[in-house]
Design a binder for this molecule. Sequence first.
Ligand code: PEP
Ligand code: MG
Length: 532
Amino acid sequence: MINVDVEKTASRGIAAGPAYKYQETDLSPDTYLSEETAEEIKKFEDSRDQVIHELEHLAEKHEIFAAHLEMAGDFMLQEGVVSKIQSGQYNAQQSVHTTIEEIAAIFAGMDDAYMKERSADIADVGKRIMAKLKGVRLPDLGGLDHEAIVVAKDLYPSDTVKIDPAYVKGIITEEGGITSHVSIMAKSMNIPTLVGVKGIMEQIQDDTVVCMDARAGKIVIDPDESTWQEYTRKNQEYLQERARLEKLRNQPAVTKGGKRVSLCANIGNLEDLKHALVMNIDGVGLFRSEFLYMENDHFPTEEEQYKVYKEAATLCPSEVTIRTLDIGGDKKLPYFQFDVEENPFLGWRAIRISLDMKDMFKEQLRAILRASAYGHVRIMFPMIISPSELQEAKGLVEECKAELSEEGHAFDPNIETGMMMETPASVMLAEEFAKEADFFSIGTNDLTQYLLSVDRGNKKIAKRYDSFHPAVLKAIKQIIDAGHKENIKVGMCGEMAGDAKAVSILAKMGLDEFSMSAGSIDYARELILQAE
Ligand code: PEP
Ligand code: MG
């Protein structure tokens, strides 16, 4: 039995179960020689057929796998691999490796952007077949079919979108901080999560039993019977605490001092919204629309986005704040090649991408506008640093409104357009921005990293990532005051809004809206009710 103490808790809760190690596997082809061509062809065909079988199941759950399924059964792959084996110079693994490289290169060389993006798909299919041929397990969170605690060096948003909370009972990562996206996603799914746990990958093997208390920051590897019992008891206590908080749900979020604030949810998809609605929220303060893009195998069309935003607007009786695409940084798309950047968080991300790719941006704006006919929808722009960016984005909204009117589509003509306050420049120019924006939402996850020059996901400097640093607190106060001077509402959708230590401070500063992952809402309501 090994005990591990962890400094930072990313998402509360207690969990226990077998570990599932999520790590890269060596898929380079073995170089053995074989003259048994029929045997090698059979090895390939058996492996490929197993992959097809797996993909058939996955395609039922995620659309992205339908394209993979088609490629796995394609004649070009069969032909390429078999002819190489028959040449006598390649074994099955080498044939698959080379053929996949050839096909991927053909796709990558095509002019059509959609076809270009297919090279990543065929590479993925290749990995699956190679793993079967080599008899190794491919790390695949989407394919997990039993309850487990996922242990990884790090998880990216492209991994976390595949998580099914029915199976993933807990998450432990070596890297990451409490505002890295793995933590945010875990919180919205209510999965107990500990991040920044040094050396955990070496200490745990696949299927080793692990107990974790993500409230106290404790992990026990290979627990004895009495520890197991203790965790079972702790879990009971945790569930009782949650039941007590649930009873407060019917109370509106009013401070002791009598200020009614909005208690809202951060969501990434409709599932998150449904989960949050049960908690009697005052609306959605942040819909991270990029998750809709990340869960897809192509840029979602206007129609596809419209469907989702419309459903969100219809389901939610109050405001739904849709943030326009915020990719870049650590958020990548499986079908879009980003250039390698030295400083991705200071690079081509968020509004910068949208303003550079106007056609794509307008598809999103049109979809949001059309959905605004069905509820109280607001548009929010991420990472703004200059009034000219806000003006340009608002100009595009007006352009889309004119087009939609012409085409006879309904929308809310007075739709509010607001901005994230998450860059130092936005703080310095808050008074100016308050004259242009209909609302502000403070993104403390990025604001903290940019103000303090501390990477939000780097565990080595996690102690320095402090949203309570006087510089951050001062910036928050300045933003709230600047907004109120121009009579606009100021919210916060960074993780700080749900931090137990922050709620009363923020309420005192005059924050109007607290928006957070669903997992924090019940706790925050109690804190707001207790705040002066
Ligand atoms: C933030 O930066 O605080 C925020 C809410 O946006 P994200 O975490 O998606 O960058
Ligand atoms: Mg941000």
